[in-house]
Design a binder for this molecule. Structure first.
Ligand SMILES: [Zn+2]
Length: 176
């Protein structure tokens, strides 16, 4: 068997992370000032905190839709949160691995494992550092991947942001 790895020891690799970030807009009521000038019937003027609420308040997050210092939190979107340059320090490849005849439930019970390639970087620790799966990972509203070049990392990040934003929009439409 000849085992080939995706990256080489000493190679520079770019990790790219996509996550959910808060989306804000300038408050349309106070135009971003965060306060309004209230005029009483008697004609005296008072500076008051902007009371604007763009959304109904039945939302789970009471801060959503409220003006805070002229900014209104309107929801979330996805964004590339980090691109980091890393140096491959160790590669672990596991191939095959049938767990054997454990005879569970009366019959032969074989479990096969897919090829798995894990990279450790000098920057994030080798031996007791982070294990980075080649091919990346997606979990909930976050995802990361490893790319050979910064351009690839940026392209993957942009694609993933679009895909995750689309999925979030579809989910929101379904929920209505
Ligand atoms: Zn406001």
């Amino acid at each position: 068997m000849r085992i080939e790895t995706t990256f080489d020891i000493g190679q520079t690799v770019f990790s790219v992370e996509v996550g959910r970030v808060l989306e804000e807009m300038t408050c349309p009521r106070c135009n971003g000032l965060g306060h309004l000038i209230a005029v009483t019937e008697e004609g005296s003027k008072h500076k008051i905190d902007c009371p604007a609420s763009v959304y109904d308040r039945t939302k789970r997050d009471p801060e959503e839709g409220r003006c805070r210092h002229g900014k209104v939190k309107v929801g979330f979107r996805h964004s590339v949160t980090d691109i980091a340059e890393l140096t491959v320090g160790q590669i672990r490849v596991s191939v095959g691995g049938i767990s054997g005849n454990t005879n569970v439930g009366g019959g032969a019970h074989n479990q096969t494992f897919e090829r798995k390639e894990v990279v450790m970087f000098y920057e994030t620790g080798i031996g007791s550092g982070n294990l980075w799966d080649v091919g990346g990972r997606t979990y909930g509203n976050s995802a990361w991947n490893l790319c050979a070049t910064r351009e690839e990392a940026e392209a993957w990040g942009a694609e993933t942001v679009t895909a995750m934003d689309d999925a979030m929009a579809a989910e929101a439409t379904e929920a209505k």
